[in-house]
Design a protein around this ligand. Structure first.
Ligand code: PLP
Length: 371
């Protein structure tokens, strides 16, 4: 079956018993067991719950994996992946990646003896140079946040696998509609389902999806069930509810983003546009090879510095000044000011998440704000 059909039907069977066409929300935290201690489905909602199982089934199907493990946020999923490693292991991460992951590695896991390096993976040769005998995980984010760097997943996976390291791809920005990391050799896919999968800026969630079941799945399942960072049944229901419209939403958002990227790239007040759909983007050829579409996210640098960036976003009327992404409303954000003191993001960079408004209204809004 094709993706559009899967997004409508996976994890959403007509309910036995009630014949309800959409799933019910099971709020029970505990489930009756037989006198001999056996049980049919669920025991306790931290361990499993019908809504979470439905969401995990859907995410497994959409990414073409064998298992998905859902968490209360993208960060909880990222933390579980990192905690599946051991003291003394080394992890190699993209230098431009979600700042929460960078901070978690540097501020928390370094104290537990995790070794790490951040490298620019646009040149996969840098991965080869930075690998160590104890490298257990290579963490790719492509397109990356916030500079939309593109990493060649197949080439990176090839290099990492030669030393036996696992490859994780944060597929939050590309979504399963535009990019299929398992087909390119990745072992684990991370999603912040808060973003495009949830799609409406009203639910927090995360997931790890695995290409193969086995020891890693068991480890991560343990971290989910004993760590306890699980999503609520309602959160799972909301994310599942958003999946049928995912392909429609992200294709429209990507269409608009591409138009806006071209518009901005020709504007005299714009110094640089980061969008892999632009032929001038350093990752354009790789993105064309590994993505079906270039996505709904872009960032740009305005001539000047932070003051010019702040002055421009003060004038916008349709774009909302807010962090996060992937919702139906267009958002714009001065990224350096949220990433903290060690942010490598240029002070004149603005990150944009394109929503579902008419693209011409969005361009008009940018035009009047740029002046
Ligand atoms: C938002 C985001 C995360 C973190 O997810 P939360 O749901 O906010 O915890 C991780 N990776 C990427 C690429 C993100 O955009």
């Amino acid at each position: 079956m094709r993706l559009e059909t899967l997004t409508v039907h996976t994890g959403r069977p007509v309910e036995p018993g009630t014949s309800a066409v959409t799933p019910s929300i099971t709020l029970a935290t505990t489930f009756e067991r037989a006198a001999d201690g056996s049980f049919a489905y669920d025991v306790y909602t931290r361990l499993s719950n019908p809504n979470r199982t439905a969401l995990e089934t859907a995410l497994t199907t959409l990414e073409g994996g064998t298992a998905a493990i859902a968490f209360a946020s993208g960060q909880a999923a990222a933390a579980a992946m990192l905690h599946s490693l051991s003291t003394g292991d080394h992890v190699l991460l993209s230098d431009d990646l979600y700042h929460g992951v960078r901070h978690y590695v540097k501020e928390v896991l370094a104290r537990w003896g995790l070794q790490y390096d951040f490298v620019d993976m646009q040149d996969v040769g840098n991965i080869a140079h930075a690998l160590k005998p104890n490298t257990k995980l290579v963490w790719l984010e492509t397109p990356s946040n916030p500079r939309l760097k593109i990493v060649d997943i197949a080439a990176a996976a090839d290099i990492a696998h030669r030393v036996g390291a696992l490859v994780l791809v944060d597929n939050t920005w590309a979504t399963p509609v535009f990019q299929h990391p398992f087909q390119l050799g990745a072992d684990v896919i991370l999603h912040s389902t808060t973003k495009y999968l949830g799609g409406h800026s009203d639910v927090l969630g995360g997931a790890l999806i695995l290409r193969e079941s086995g020891e890693l799945e068991a480890r991560i399942r343990t971290l989910q069930q004993l760590g306890g960072g699980v999503p609520s049944p309602f959160d799972c229901w909301l994310i599942l509810r958003s999946l049928p419209t995912l392909p429609l939403r992200v294709r429209e958002q990507a269409r608009s983003a591409e138009k806006i990227a071209f518009y901005l790239s020709e504007h005299p007040r714009v110094e640089l546009v980061h969008y892999p759909g632009l032929p001038s983007h350093p990752g354009h050829a790789v993105a064309q090879k590994q993505m079906a579409c270039f996505g709904g996210m872009l960032s740009f640098q305005i001539h000047g510095g932070q003051a010019e960036a702040f002055a421009m976003i003060a004038q916008l009327k349709i774009f909302t000044r807010a962090t996060s992404l992937g919702g139906v409303e267009s958002l714009i954000e001065h990224r350096a000011s949220i990433e903290g003191a060690d942010s490598p993001t240029p002070p004149n960079l603005l990150r944009v998440s394109i929503g579902l408004e008419h693209v011409d209204d969005l361009i008009d809004d940018l035009a009047q704000a740029l002046g």
